[in-house]
Design a protein around this ligand. Structure first.
Ligand code: CA
Length: 234
């Protein structure tokens, strides 16, 4: 089972520790940023599945973090703030936050809000609501459970590797350009950096392909991008 990654942008250490402990106990992977700039930087490098964002941060305001992240990412953002005015909530939601929770908050409610955000984002990123599974020649991907298996055996992929494979599988049969893949997985900050993509693809092929030099699942269209074998193939 591929764990969902939650980025916590929160300057108060004890709140971070409380959330981290709870999320870890519930099967999430977590990362912590103690400032807004660090939050933006980690959002770019980690591509988390959900961002929990405090608004009152020591360097820049959380509202600015929302604006920066929304320039390139559709990652769900749940604001967790001590600001209880309706106006603050409206501003945050209009700026691109998906949800707003006021402090103090109940942990069960936080977990429920995270599940809801993930449900929405999983549906959006797969393009169609109906596609839950990808099958081709012994390779199976379950987009909701986020598992990849080959001939019935689970394959362990890093979060980035999973995102690349899932994106190509959701668009199987079509050539996706290097830029398509980079933008979808890392956001435009990684644009034109094909090297990081090639390194990840080499690792993916070592895990998926019987003969990485002659791939059966993910083909290279030289100078253009990658194409994953059509999910309709038996
Ligand atoms: Ca704060």
């Amino acid at each position: 089972m591929h764990k969902f990654t939650v980025l916590i942008v929160e300057d108060e250490k004890h709140i971070n520790e409380f959330i981290t402990k709870t999320l870890s106990a519930n099967g999430y992977r977590t990362n912590w940023a103690a400032s807004g700039k660090e939050g933006i930087s980690l959002a770019t490098s980690l591509c988390p599945d959900v961002i929990l964002l405090d608004l009152g941060l020591p360097d820049i305001d959380g509202m600015e973090v929302i604006g920066q992240v929304r320039k390139w990412s559709r990652c769900p953002i749940i604001v967790i703030s001590a600001r209880i005015q309706e106006e603050d909530k409206v501003l945050a939601l209009d700026a691109g936050a998906d949800d707003y929770l006021t402090k103090p908050f109940g942990i069960l409610e936080l977990l429920a809000r995270i599940r809801t955000s993930l449900r929405h984002s999983t549906q959006n990123s797969s393009g169609s609501l109906s596609q839950q599974l990808y099958h081709a020649k012994g390779l199976e991907i379950d987009f909701f459970r986020r598992t990849v298996s080959l001939d019935g055996g689970l394959i362990h992929l890093t979060p980035i590797e999973y995102k690349i494979v899932a994106y190509l599988a959701q668009n199987s049969g079509k050539v996706m350009t290097y830029t398509d893949v980079l933008n979808n997985v890392w956001g435009p900050y990684a644009e034109n950096d094909n090297k990081i993509l090639r390194v990840n693809m080499a690792n993916i092929r070592r895990k998926l392909e019987k003969n990485p030099a002659q791939p059966a699942y993910i083909f290279t269209e030289v100078g253009v991008g990658y194409r994953m074998v059509d999910g309709g193939d038996a």
